[in-house]
Write a protein that binds this ligand. Structure first.
Ligand code: CA
Length: 228
């Protein structure tokens, strides 16, 4: 696949180019934000590896501009360890995944391949549905019975994960890993986030969709579909 690497740290960029070329990808690289944006806008890449701290135009802004331009290329953000806000921002701006530096090369390649597979599947339908609840992964719009629902970005991520996996159970551990990464929250944080998601998604409606699986995690099911 065609991969664009936008990274200003030259030795790291060279390392990524070498590795990804070596495993069979066609790789372009940009050393700053404006060059990255120009390349990304000018050619159809299968995936972009994006550093957040970049000269000229930072990664968040670059990502936003691509998405504002209806460019849905899968974007994997690289971020320094512990930059929790940046990670969330990275996903909020329309990025698809992130890796914490130092990046493990094999993992980077695996994640890129997974992202591309996912985006190819999603091109057919970007809307997740459970019962009368719909979540559009491209516009980040959530509606139930046609009414738009408003969620914080963390609550949106939790709902997105539960909907992607529905009707399977998502464990508390997995939710914590995916939402907070290696900076785990205080013990009751997840519980209060799920409580807020329920207040928005379930409470105003007759049929609850989010179930607690005691001691394990959560799952989403639509009763009327006979799944539970
Ligand atoms: Ca940088």
């Amino acid at each position: 696949m065609n991969v664009l690497i936008i990274e200003d740290h030259a030795p790291l960029a060279a390392n990524l180019v070498d590795y990804l070329s070596g495993v069979g990808h066609i790789v372009d690289a940009a050393p700053d934000g404006p060059t990255g944006l120009r390349l990304a806008s000018g050619k159809a890449f299968d995936a972009i590896v994006l550093d957040l701290g970049l000269p000229g135009l930072d990664g968040i802004e670059l990502c936003r501009r691509l998405r504002a331009d209806a460019n849905h290329v899968p974007i994997l953000v690289m971020t320094a360890r512990g930059e929790l806000d940046d990670r969330i921002l990275g996903l909020d701006c329309g990025a698809d995944d992130y890796l914490v530096k130092p990046v493990k090369l094999r993992e980077l390649d695996a994640r890129l391949r997974a992202l591309v597979r996912r985006s190819q599947g999603r091109a057919a339908s970007s809307v997740l549905r459970v019962g009368d609840l719909a979540l559009d992964e491209r516009t980040m719009q959530v509606t139930r019975q046609g009414h738009p629902l408003s969620l914080t970005r963390m609550d949106y991520r939790i709902l997105q994960l539960l909907m992607r996996e529905s009707p399977a159970i998502v464990t508390r551990q997995r939710l914590q890993d995916e939402i907070w990464g290696d900076a785990p929250p205080e013990s009751d944080s997840l519980r209060s986030h799920v409580h807020r998601v329920r207040r928005v998604v379930d409470q105003p409606f007759a049929r609850p969709l989010i179930r607690t699986v005691i001691g394990v995690g959560y799952r989403m099911v639509d009763d009327d579909a006979g799944q539970d």
